[in-house]
Design a protein around this ligand. Structure first.
Ligand SMILES: Nc1ncnc2c1ncn2[C@@H]1O[C@H](COP(=O)(O)OP(=O)(O)OP(=O)(O)O)[C@@H](O)[C@H]1O
Ligand SMILES: [Mg+2]
Length: 265
C-alpha cells in the first residue's frame, strides 16, 4: 500500500495567531493547499491532514477556562462556542483543499473522541482507514472533547497527530509551523538562536523549547516535541518544517529531507 503521511497544518500558519486575531491566513492556506495538490500529482501517497487551532480554539478555550476542566455551568457555553469556532476554521481548511482539487473530507473529533485527564483514550479510526484506502484526504483538527475525569478538555492537534500516526501506521509525520523548525531557544525570543537539524532523546536536554508567543492552551512547541519524541521511540519519525516559506511543504511531501528539524529515535 502507498505510504501514509500525516500532515499537521499549524494554527500558527493558517490563522493570524501571532496577532491573536480570529482570522484565517488565506494566503498561507491557499498556497499550502496548492503545494499539497502538486505533490499528490507528482507522487503516490496517502494523506491525512490535522490542523491546529490558532485563536479560533485557543482564545475562547482560555476565556472559558476549558483547559482547566468543567467547574461551572457557565463554561458549557464556552464548550459550544469553542467547538463551533473550530468547526468554522475546519470549514475554511476543507474548502481551500477542495478548491485546490483535493478530495478532502472533514472528521470531527468532538463527535467521536473521549479524553481522560487530557489524554486521548478513545478515537475510532475505522472510517478514516476506509477513506484513506479510497484515496480520500481526511481532515481532522484540535478540538474540545468530553473528558471522563474533568468534564471537558482540549484535544491538541499535536496530541491527535501521534495518536493517529500510531493507530493508522503512518510512514512519517510532517508538522508545519510558523518557524523553520525547532531551535536551541525560541527564535522569537529576541536573542540569537540556532536551528537544530535533528532531535533525539540524547540532545533534547540541551534545548530550551518553550511555549507559544500567541495564546496557546495546549503547551506550544514544548508539548509538540515531547509527543513527537515519544512517537520516534516507537519507530515513526517526524519533521517540523516551515509552513510559511513557499515550497518547503511540497518538497517535504515529495520526500526531501533536511528541510527543518528531524525528530528521530
Ligand atoms: N525552541 C523553539 N524552537 C522553535 N519554536 C519555539 C521554540 N520555543 C518556543 N517556540 C515557539 O513555538 C511557536 C510555534 O508553536 P505554536 O503552538 O504557536 O504553533 P502551532 O502549533 O503551529 O499552532 P497551533 O497550536 O495553533 O496549531 C513558534 O512561533 C515559536 O515562537
Ligand atoms: Mg501549538
Amino acid at each position: 500500500m502507498d505510504e501514509l503521511v500525516i500532515l499537521k497544518l499549524g494554527g500558527s500558519v493558517i490563522t493570524k495567531k501571532s496577532d491573536n486575531k480570529r482570522e484565517v491566513d488565506r494566503v498561507n492556506l491557499r498556497r499550502l493547499c496548492q503545494e499539497i495538490a502538486e505533490a499528490i500529482d507528482e507522487k503516490r501517497f496517502r494523506l491525512l491532514v490535522v490542523h491546529g487551532a490558532g485563536p479560533f480554539g485557543h482564545v475562547p478555550a482560555q476565556e472559558y477556562g476549558l483547559d482547566k476542566g468543567l467547574r461551572s455551568g457557565k463554561q458549557l457555553k464556552g464548550f459550544s462556542l469553542t467547538r463551533q469556532s473550530m468547526e468554522e476554521l475546519n470549514s475554511y481548511v476543507v474548502d481551500a483543499l477542495l478548491e485546490a482539487g483535493i478530495n478532502a473530507i472533514s472528521y470531527q473529533p468532538s463527535a467521536v473522541g473521549v479524553l481522560s485527564g487530557g489524554k486521548l483514550i478513545y478515537f475510532p479510526t475505522k472510517v478514516l482507514a476506509y477513506l484513506l484506502e479510497m484515496d480520500m484526504v481526511p481532515v481532522s483538527y484540535g478540538d474540545v472533547l468530553v473528558d471522563e475525569k474533568t468534564g471537558v478538555g482540549i484535544l491538541s492537534g499535536d496530541h491527535l497527530v501521534p495518536y493517529l500516526a500510531r493507530k493508522l501506521h503512518a510512514s512519517r509525520v510532517i508538522i508545519t509551523t510558523d518557524v523553520d523548525g525547532i531551535f536551541d531557544v525560541d527564535p522569537k525570543g529576541g536573542g540569537s538562536s540556532e536551528l537544530i537539524k535533528e532531535i533525539t532523546q540524547r540532545n533534547m536536554a540541551s534545548l530550551s523549547v518553550g511555549k507559544s508567543r500567541g495564546t496557546d492552551v495546549t503547551g506550544g512547541m514544548k508539548r509538540k516535541l515531547d509527543e513527537l519524541l515519544r512517537l520516534a521511540g516507537e519507530g515513526i519519525n517526524s519533521e517540523v518544517i516551515s509552513g510559511v516559506k513557499p515550497g518547503i511543504l511540497k518538497r517535504s511531501l515529495l520526500g526531501e529531507k533536511n528541510l527543518g528539524t528531524l525528530i528521530r529515535e
